[in-house]
Design a protein. Sequence first.
Length: 261
Amino acid sequence: MITMHQAMPLKPMPFWMSLLFFGIPSLITSLSIYVGIPALARAGVPLFVNFLLLTGAPLALLLLSAFVAYRLEGNLFTWVQLKERFRLKPIKGKDWIWTLGLVVVSVGGYILLLPTARWLASFPLFEPPTYLPAAVNPRVMEAGIPTDFLGLPLRGQWWILGVYFLVLCFNIFGEELWWRGYILPRQEIQYGKWTWLIHGVLWDMFHVFWKWNLIALLPPTLGLSFVACRLKNTTPGIIVHWANNGLGLFILLLGVLGVTG
């Protein structure tokens, strides 16, 4: 008998379903970037609204999908069941060593492999479209602290920081609750000790819309998947995701403060 404080039993996730659950979000995001962005640009929508809307909306859908899938399993919207099903646990003891090590591997590995993005982008198959902003285009990416963001001046514009923070929340909580919270526990039943590798490769391939980054993303995608499987905890992934993607937020903060360099 299942009480109101117990999560529903999990079902294994076969490979075809994993392909769908990774592939459909990837397709939606790809269509947003490669069809939606140029379409809104032709309609005269400013780049700031255009880019953040069409990259943020698919991530918001991931977050919504995680809660819909959670409810379809028969779970109740109680904090106790949410924490249990999505494996939102505190980090204790030696788990901090794994988490901090993962931060180093993910952030450091990504930075070290960033030159591969420029290299891949030199091939026609991996070349970014010209309408993408410098922030995500390795061929025109600028070093240093920006003075503008997606066509808007940054200095003193705290609201830009707020909007970017909201998109980051959709990004991090949408991905972590969908990939590591909902999908990963079901994959573990199906694949056992090989789950981290299958999950990590599929997560890396999800980012095919940023195809020039597929090599650079291997340390965070594989490393995070391994630690999430080992600790049976989604919280380290949330921390690492903030450490990795939050770098952009920190750089924007410097721009809003008017720091130059």
